[in-house]
Design a protein around this ligand. Structure first.
Ligand code: 5GP
Ligand code: ZN
Length: 116
């Protein structure tokens, strides 16, 4: 989608600190980190949110690539043993501000449950 911020990052029209990528997903550092490690992993293809993803034919391929990416990134960042949090927001009330599906990978500090 031409006016989507994250599509622009995929197309390298906007710079980002990419930490992981393949032909299905890309992961990069969040510009406004909420934890010592704060990485976003997104499908290369434009999908608005996790609800929309379910209607895509390649939903399974995307989720498998995201799951594998989360493992490789958290191993590489050294946060697998201490623990990390994965969050996706769907809709404005949940806090979604960029309407291209992304999973926040957060680590390096303690998190409370339930979240505020
Ligand atoms: P949301 O609120 O939609 O769940 O998360 C969007 C995230 O994207 C936020 O954490 C925000 O800091 C991050 N973000 C917004 N604009 C940019 C940008 O231009 N570059 C990067 N790397 N992250 C961004
Ligand atoms: Zn997009």
């Amino acid at each position: 989608m031409s006016d989507c911020l994250f599509c622009k990052i995929i197309k390298k029209e906007i710079p980002a600190e990419v930490v992981y990528s393949n032909n299905v997903v890309t992961a990069f550092k969040d510009i406004n980190p909420q934890a010592p490690t704060h990485i976003l992993i997104i499908p290369n293809k434009h999908v608005a949110d996790i609800h929309e993803l379910s209607s895509e034919n390649d939903c399974g391929e995307i989720m498998a690539a995201i799951t594998k990416g989360i493992k490789e990134i958290t191993d590489c960042e050294g946060i697998d043993e201490s623990g990390f949090r994965v969050v996706t927001n769907k809709g404005t009330e949940a806090g979604q501000t960029v309407f291209h599906l992304h999973f926040h990978i957060l680590g390096g500090r303690e998190f409370r449950w339930p979240p505020g």
